[in-house]
Design a protein around this ligand. Structure first.
Ligand code: ZN
Length: 502
């Protein structure tokens, strides 16, 4: 038994417990808290986070970490012990490199920027947000210099969200994906309004029934309600306090039942990942999903490759019809399947279909690099944004509120985060291609309501590793592949050629 690794683990239990407790408060804030509870809650969460940070960045952690490193030096890279020590070292270096004053200033600046962003978006007044964004960008550039990078500044930012990946690799992947998707998108656009979804958007679907339907679906795909729960929240999310308490939220609109259905399946995919983390990793740095890209690969796989497939709805459409007889009795499966897969270039990323979604990410990724490299002044951001929407999606945002002010990410100071969404899409297609070839009747099973073979496969190849590996490592170890745009291009091309009869 590795004595020093065990000591390091024990020492950090309190850190992970404090984090878990702060996460409960965060969940409560979004789901239950009365509006005036915000002030007291902010203090409580700041206290817990500060205590956790103190423990993690303490000299004690540094000393135990060094001792544990000596102990695991000859161990297999893939062993639990060596992986734990490696992951703690990565986080420790990052957290201790940044001066406390910079971290505190960043936290203050994001609080103010968030409020200014909300007001600016409401009033469609980019000028109100711009000085805050400029201040955040200055702090981000300082962070980049302190953290350091080998090739380009953006590498330092990307590494916070997708360790093990370089900007140049992401750029190359995105360029091939773009080249593969542009002809498909153009062909669909030429085809015009070939798909009608008015029976979804022009009828009312009672929200209580939508809610029941999402729970039926979640149970069927394997979400364990004895170790989780679903609630309503304005912005859907997944949060976990331990592998035995993984919660999700969804949102309900009477004229847009897709939001609840696909929102629940998406968050359900994140949650299946967290519920699949081995208990032996609980209260350690390995006790949750690995990178953001890997996390998103799980949610997108369930949402799109499963949840938007024809076989999935062979099973669930009759059930949905029974929930909404008046609205759906005259609709057939094929019409429904095409409607939920309608492609329409639009302004809003979170509502985008599978084909256009990645273009929203390309735009943000390109603009972020330009900002970080000093090639784009923030004065010109709104126009640069609109220019890219015209170039890629042939639409112009009528307001900045629907343009460069639409996402919260920049107000939170998170540059480098957006690419992980598309990385998740790429990884989901690579995993899905493999599982289909290993289990030939996988999709036929969906039509019978059989999702366990897929979940078992993901448990075995992804979930059981917890946070041990980066995305490129996991793909290498489990699939023998590196990240690749081809499987996603092939999947989307096959699917949408059929839907649009191209
Ligand atoms: Zn997600």
């Amino acid at each position: 038994m590795s004595e020093k690794v065990e000591q390091l683990k024990q020492h950090l239990y309190r850190y992970h417990d404090l984090h878990g407790a702060a996460a409960v408060l965060g969940w409560d804030e979004e789901v239950n808290m009365p509006p005036k509870g915000a002030e007291g809650r902010a203090e409580q969460m700041a206290t817990l986070t500060a205590l956790a940070h103190e423990i993690f960045t303490s000299e004690e952690t540094g000393r135990l970490l060094e001792e544990a490193e000596a102990e695991v030096a000859d161990m297999d890279y893939r062993s639990d012990e060596a992986s734990l020590v490696r992951v703690v070292r990565r986080d420790y270096d990052k957290m201790t490199k940044l001066p406390t004053e910079l971290v505190a200033e960043f936290s203050r600046a994001t609080s103010h920027a968030f409020i200014a962003w909300r007001e600016a978006r409401q009033d469609d007044d980019y000028g109100h947000f711009k000085p805050h964004l400029q201040h955040l960008l200055d702090l981000i550039l300082q962070t980049v210099e302190i953290i350091g990078y080998e090739d380009e500044p953006y590498d330092a930012l990307l590494d916070f969200y997708e360790p093990g990946m370089k900007t140049a690799e992401v750029r190359a992947l995105f360029e091939s994906l773009k080249a593969g998707l542009l002809p498909l998108l153009e062909a669909i656009q030429e085809r015009g309004a070939a798909v009608d979804n008015s029976f979804l958007t022009e009828q009312s679907y009672p929200v209580e029934r939508q809610w029941e339907l999402t729970e039926v679906i979640l149970r069927k795909i394997g979400y364990d309600f004895s170790r989780g729960r679903q609630d309503k929240a304005p912005h859907p999310f997944t949060t976990e306090f331990s592998p035995s308490d993984v919660r999700i939220t969804t949102r309900l609109f009477p004229n847009f039942p897709q939001a609840a259905i696909f929102g629940s399946i998406h968050e359900g995919g994140h949650a299946l990942y967290e519920q699949g983390i081995p208990f032996k990793f609980a209260r350690t740095a390995l006790g949750h999903g690995a990178t953001l890209g890997l996390h998103e690969s799980q949610s997108r796989l369930w949402e799109n490759m499963v949840g938007r497939s024809r076989n999935f709805w062979r099973y669930f459409f009759p059930i949905m019809q029974a929930f909404f007889p008046q609205q759906l009795m005259a609709v057939d499966l094929d019409t429904f399947y095409r409607a939920i897969n309608r492609v329409k270039p639009d302004l809003i990323r979170v509502e985008a279909d599978e084909v256009t979604y990645n273009f929203h990410i390309f735009i943000r990724f390109e603009l972020e690099q330009a900002m970080v490299n000093g090639e784009l002044s923030l004065d010109d951001l709104p126009e640069a944004w609109n220019e890219k929407y015209r170039a890629y999606l042939k639409i112009t945002p009528p307001t900045d509120a629907d343009g460069c002010l639409q996402d919260v990410h920049w107000a939170h100071g998170t540059l480098g985060y957006f690419p992980t969404y598309t990385l998740g899409n790429l990884i989901s297609a690579q995993l899905f291609r493999r599982v289909r070839s290993e289990i030939p009747d996988l999709e036929a099973g969906f039509a019978e309501g059989e999702f366990k073979p897929l979940l078992d496969w993901l448990r075995e190849h992804v979930h059981r590793h917890g946070a041990k590996f980066t995305a490129p490592e996991l793909l290498e170890f489990e699939l023998g592949e590196s990240l690749d745009a081809r499987p996603l291009i092939d999947y989307l091309t096959t699917k949408y050629r059929a839907i649009y009869r191209l």
